[in-house]
Design a protein around this ligand. Structure first.
Ligand SMILES: [Zn+2]
Length: 479
C-alpha cells in the first residue's frame, strides 16, 4: 500500500516547508517536491498543515480509581486520541492486583497491560511508563528488566501519603539510584503530602468540603518544595528526572533554576493547567465542579501565562494530557451520603483530555499567538518521542520514520463539546470553549485511521512500541 500526501505544508520541530510525502507500507519513504509515483491513494493536503502524529507522554488508561474497585478510561475509548491527532500514547502501567487482591510486581503488571488490557481495544500505538503504586524492596531490582522490555521510565507519586501509591523519600532515592544505573528516567507527581494533608484536615475541621477546597488546600509552596527536593535527589543519584504537570510559577522557578545549574530535569505542562482556571471548581453544581478536580489543582491566569512563557524559554519541554477518563458515576463517589454534602477529599482526582490535547493547544497556544507551530510540534510530538526513546521512529516527519501523520485544517472553526470532540466520558472539561483548527486526516503507520475528522480505524490495531533507554533526558546529565 502506497499513499502520496500532496501539496501540504509540513511542520516539524525545526522547519516548515512545502513538500509531498510518499508513504510505503508503514513508513515514510520519500519527502520531496512534486513527487509522482504509482500509488494506491493520493491525499490532497493543500492549505493544510502536515505534522508528525502527536505523542502524549502522560496518559492514564484503565487506571484504578480512588474507590479501589473501578477503573477509568477503558482502552475502548482510546480512539479519541487519534481523532485529536495523537498517534502514540505513553500509558502509566500501575501495579496490578491478582485475584486475591495482592499486588503484582511492575514487570508482571506491564505484561498484563500489554497482553490483556489493551487486547482488541487499543486504537493508537502505545509505549509505557512503569508506574510504581506499590514500592517494595523488589522494585529497584526490576528496573533493568523493564529496560529490556522497552520500558525505560519509572513514575513515582510523592503525594497521596497513607495510600499504597505513596513513595517516601527513601523509595525515591533508591529508585533514582537504580534507574540512573540502567538508563531509565524517573517521573514524579510532586506535591508535599504533609503540607496538603495539614490544609485538607483543617478545611474539613472547619466544615469546608466544596470542590474548590481542592485549590485552597494544595498551595503552590507545597508543590515547589517537592519539585526542589525531587530535583536534588535526582542530581545526587545522577538520574534524570521529569517533573509531571507543573502547575504554578513557584514550581516552574525551581525547574528553571535547576536547569541553569546544569541539573538533568525535564518539565512537563499538561493541557488543563495551561488553559483552565481553578474557579471552574466553584460551580454551584458540585457534580460539574467535580469534573475539574485534579492534582495539583488548576491555578490562576498568572500561572498559565508563566507556563506558556516557560515553554518558549525551555523551562518546560513538553505538553502531556494527564488523561484520566473518570466518568460521572466515579466522580459522584465524592458525595458523602451520611452528611448530605460532597467532600472534595473523596472526589477522584483526574480529568479526561487525551483526545483534546492537540486541538486545545493549537487553539490556545498557536492560534492565540503564545507558541509558534514549530514549538507546538516540538512540545506535543517530537520531544515526548525523544524523551521516551521512541524517536525517530515516532515524533518525526522523516524518511524511515513510522508514517504517523496528522493533517490539520487551520480554517476549521467550532466549539469544544463532548459531542464533536469525544472525551471517552459523558463530559468534556473544555465544553463550550472556542475551537480553531481540526485534524481532518490522521495516518497510523501508513493506514488512514481518521478521515473527514471521523475515526475509521479498527480497535486493536494499536501496537506496543518499545522505548530505548538513555533517551533525551540523559543528554542533560553532565558527563
Ligand atoms: Zn498523571
Amino acid at each position: 500500500m502506497k499513499t502520496l500526501i500532496k501539496n501540504g505544508t509540513i511542520v516539524t520541530a525545526t522547519d516548515e516547508f512545502q513538500a509531498d510525502i510518499l508513504v510505503d507500507g508503514e513508513k515514510i519513504s520519500a519527502i520531496g517536491l512534486n513527487l509522482s509515483e504509482n500509488v494506491d491513494r493520493v491525499i490532497d493536503a493543500a492549505g493544510k498543515y502536515v505534522m508528525p502524529g502527536g505523542v502524549d507522554s502522560h496518559c492514564h488508561f484503565e487506571a484504578l480509581n480512588t474507590d479501589g474497585v473501578t477503573y477509568n478510561g477503558d482502552f475502548n475509548t482510546s480512539y479519541v486520541c487519534l481523532l485529536g491527532g495523537t498517534t502514540t500514547i505513553v500509558d502509566m502501567a500501575f501495579n496490578e492486583h491478582d485475584e486475591d487482591g495482592n499486588f503484582l510486581n511492575l514487570v508482571d503488571s506491564c505484561n498484563y497491560r500489554l497482553n490483556t488490557r489493551i487486547k482488541g481495544k487499543l486504537a493508537p500505538d502505545i509505549a509505557l511508563h512503569a508506574c510504581c503504586t506499590n514500592y517494595t524492596e523488589e522494585t529497584k531490582s526490576e528496573l533493568p528488566k523493564l529496560v529490556e522490555m522497552g520500558i525505560p521510565s519509572l513514575k513515582l507519586f510523592l503525594c497521596f501519603k497513607g495510600t499504597e501509591m505513596y513513595a517516601d523519600d527513601m523509595a525515591l532515592l533508591n529508585c533514582l539510584e537504580a534507574a540512573g544505573k540502567c538508563g531509565m528516567f524517573v517521573l514524579v507527581h510532586a506535591e508535599n503530602s504533609d503540607v496538603l494533608d495539614k490544609y485538607r484536615n483543617e478545611a474539613a475541621a472547619a466544615g469546608h468540603f466544596e470542590p474548590k477546597y481542592q485549590y485552597y488546600t494544595r498551595p503552590e509552596f507545597g508543590e515547589a518544595e517537592c519539585v526542589s527536593r525531587a530535583i536534588r535527589f535526582a542530581d545526587q543519584a545522577r538520574c534524570p528526572i521529569n517533573i509531571c504537570h507543573v502547575s504554578c510559577i513557584e514550581a516552574g522557578e525551581e525547574i528553571r533554576k535547576a536547569k541553569e545549574e546544569g541539573k538533568a530535569v525535564i518539565g512537563e505542562a499538561c493541557t488543563a493547567w495551561l488553559t483552565l482556571d481553578w474557579h471552574l471548581m466553584d460551580n454551584p453544581d458540585w457534580r460539574v465542579a467535580s469534573h475539574f478536580v485534579c492534582s495539583p489543582p488548576l491555578r490562576d491566569q498568572e500561572d498559565r501565562d508563566y507556563l506558556w512563557n516557560a515553554l518558549n524559554k525551555g523551562t518546560i519541554s513538553l505538553i502531556g494530557s494527564d488523561n484520566s477518563m473518570t466518568n460521572q458515576e466515579q466522580k459522584d463517589t465524592g458525595w458523602d451520603e451520611e452528611n448530605k454534602h460532597c467532600d472534595f477529599r473523596k472526589i477522584p482526582n483526574g480529568c479526561p483530555g487525551a483526545g483534546d490535547r492537540m486541538h486545545v493547544i493549537w487553539t490556545y497556544g498557536v492560534e492565540a499567538g503564545r507558541i509558534n507551530r514549530k514549538k507546538y510540534v516540538e512540545a506535543c510530538c517530537t520531544t515526548p518521542a525523544k524523551l521516551n526513546g521512541l524517536y525517530p521512529r515516532k515524533g518525526a516527519i522523516a524518511v524511515g520514520s513510522d508514517a504517523d501523520i496528522a493533517i490539520l485544517d487551520p480554517e476549521y472553526r467550532g466549539t469544544f463539546s463532548v459531542e464533536t470532540n469525544p472525551s471517552g466520558v459523558e463530559y468534556s472539561i473544555f465544553e463550550g470553549m472556542e475551537q480553531k483548527g481540526r485534524f481532518e486526516t490522521v495516518l497510523l503507520r501508513g493506514k488512514v485511521v481518521v478521515e473527514n475528522a471521523k475515526y475509521v480505524g479498527t480497535p486493536g490495531e494499536g501496537q506496543f512500541i518499545p522505548g530505548k533507554p538513555y533517551g533525551l533526558a540523559y543528554d542533560l546529565l553532565e558527563k
